[in-house]
Structures are given as C-alpha cells and as structure tokens.
Design a protein around this ligand. Sequence first.
Ligand code: HPA
Length: 272
Amino acid sequence: MTMKEHLNKTVQFLKERGFGTPEIGIILGTGLGKLADAITIEVEVSYNHIPYFPTATVEFHQGKFLFGELSGKKVVVMQGRFHIYEGYSMQDVTYPVRIMEQLGIKQLLVSNAAGAINLNFKKGELMLIEDHINLQGDSPLAFKGVSQLGERFVDMSAPYDKKMSETLISIAKEKNITLHQGVYVSVVGPQLETRAEYRMLKIMGADAVGMSTVPEVIVANHLKLPVIAVSVLTDECDPNNLAPVNIKEIMAMANKAEPKLVTLFKNLIATF
Ligand code: HPA
C-alpha cells in the first residue's frame, strides 16, 4: 500500500472514533504534556491503537492523540511525539503531521525541549524558533511516493509562519514571559553532545539544540501548513563548563517552564 492509502485508512479510523474537524494541531514535546489539562477532551486514542501509526515506545511520552477544544477552537493534540532516536524513520516521525493535515488543521503549533547553545539564554526560558538547521542526515521527503503528496523540492526560505510568530511575540510581551528568538539545530541523539560538538553547533549559528521538530516542520512546509515552534530550554550547553547531563533535571526543567508555554499557546489560539 502507498502512504496515501495508509493515510486514508488512519483518517477513516480516527473519524470513526469521533475525531471531528480540528482547526489547529499541536505537538507537545518531552516533559510538555500538561497543555492537555487545559483542553476539553472529546476523544483520546493511544498511538498504539491507531492503524499505521508508529508504535509508542519511550516512557517519557504518554503517547496519545487527543481531540477536543481549547480557547474555543477545535484542536488535535499529539501528547508525545516520535523521535528518530527511537529507531523510527523520518516518514514515521512525520506521519501524524500528515494525519492532522488530512483531518483539516489550518495551523500547527510545535513544542520541544532543547539545550541552550546561546549562553545569553538561560534554562527555564523559552525560545521561538525563527529558523533551523537539519543535522539529522535525512529528509522526511526523501521517498519514492513523495510527489503524490505534494511537491518534492519544497521551499524552505521562510519555514516558520511570520504572522503567528509576531502574534506570539506580542503575547509574550504582554504576559511578561521571556521569549527569545533563534535558530534550532536538530540532531539524531539520543546521546547528548560532546563539548566539541557544542562548539561546532555554536559556530554553525545555532542557538538551541534538540532531537526533534525539524522533520515535522519540513512536512508542514510540504503541506503548505503554517507552523511555529517553541523550544523550552532545559539546560545550558557551555562547552567550557559542561556538567554531566542529568535527564531527570532536563525533565524537571521542562515541567517547570511548561506553564509559560501553556499560557502562550492558549492565548495564541484565542486570536485565531
Ligand atoms: N542536546 C540535545 N537535545 C537536548 C538537549 C541538549 O543539550 N537538551 C534537551 N534536549
């Protein structure tokens, strides 16, 4: 079966389960599942019950697809996402983005946990991604059937939606939330970076580093779906003063900063 046929079957399943027509899609990153508490949930389905979905494995994610209402708008939410480091392909990782688009979303909001390469940025703060560098060594568009789903040579001159970004920046100002802007670089992981790698990433022009988001944003662009992404900065990547990584601390920092992300996304959606 082609990807298109898989997509149709998955969408049909979700419709039968009560997924209506969402206006907005949201992807919640590692340690950032609590936005779901603000949603009036109408239906929820575990990823491993959805046909043709990659199966959820990582314990950090609750791995659910939610349909409900937030700020008066119908939303579909990925509580937990798929990562390349779990062994999934780029096509697997981005499959749910294609599903959300087929369900009818007109905008996509993405979040992630990331390390701060720019040392003017502190852990616990947020960064709006204004551009990215793909260091995952692959593309979610590098497969035979891609041209059945959209054009192959996708423009990436402005991958993040300007209007939504500007609105988010003004909401952050109004709410007194520090929202940096910068370049996100995606790596495969799951190992963290060496000191030499952090130096390299900085020289390349990255402000934050993480293991997700870029594939989903590429596919959103493939689908001409306006997208924005916010990183929650969970650690400071200072190569000259690098403490051993503590994944518990990273999760704790994501949890701590999460209410700010919830405020931003809730208020942004209210403007749509
Ligand atoms: N590197 C890569 N991914 C991350 C980091 C990091 O320092 N922090 C959170 N996710």
